[in-house]
Design a protein around this ligand. Sequence first.
Ligand SMILES: Cc1cc2nc3c(=O)[nH]c(=O)nc-3n(C[C@H](O)[C@H](O)[C@H](O)COP(=O)(O)O)c2cc1C
Length: 191
Amino acid sequence: MKVLGICGSFRDESNTNKLVKKVVDSCGCESELIYLAQTDIKPCTGCAHCMMNDGECIIKDGMQDIYEKLLKADALVFGAPTYFLDVSGAAKCFIDRNMALYYRGIGPDAEIEVLGKRPLAGRPAVAITTVAGGGHERTIETLKLFLDYCHKMKIVAEIAEPVGMNDVHDMPDVMKRAEEAGKRLAAALKK
Ligand SMILES: Cc1cc2nc3c(=O)[nH]c(=O)nc-3n(C[C@H](O)[C@H](O)[C@H](O)COP(=O)(O)O)c2cc1C
């Protein structure tokens, strides 16, 4: 079983990324963390090539490798910081590029003929955001739409945490919730 963690904040001491890591580590499975700050992911251009070509994205950048990792992952932990009451632009860029996976496997045997087979359907996922004060409600909705509407994944835990100017490592109750989310993910993977 392999768990993939997507760390969506570009900040070195990111609280969101620390929570993603805690969930993934608490799961106790083979895992990999992808830090979006270390990747080269260009924005979706809306060219519709993926729609017409079975989910192939023609932008040959860092996302190509991530597509393969997403397809092989048994579970996903996705964290994005809240910027202006929603996910950060970098995280949204990643989300938009997932449109290509949305169109994988289009055809008569697809679950929904025009939308492909949803290759990640049914796999467990955890959504995470942190925020200074407020606006995280919309962020967590965006993350959940990405996971359960786009990918049809099964969300087993969500963390949307106002952290002020603190370091989440100094917030034991939040770290505990992240640990519990990891254990819930592990339990879902055993089913
Ligand atoms: C561009 C930008 C926009 C932000 N917008 C909000 C906001 O709408 N509401 C809020 O309470 N905090 C906002 N913040 C603060 C971040 O949500 C907060 O610091 C968050 O924990 C950062 O996550 P990170 O530590 O994972 O990078 C914003 C920060 C930045 C840089």
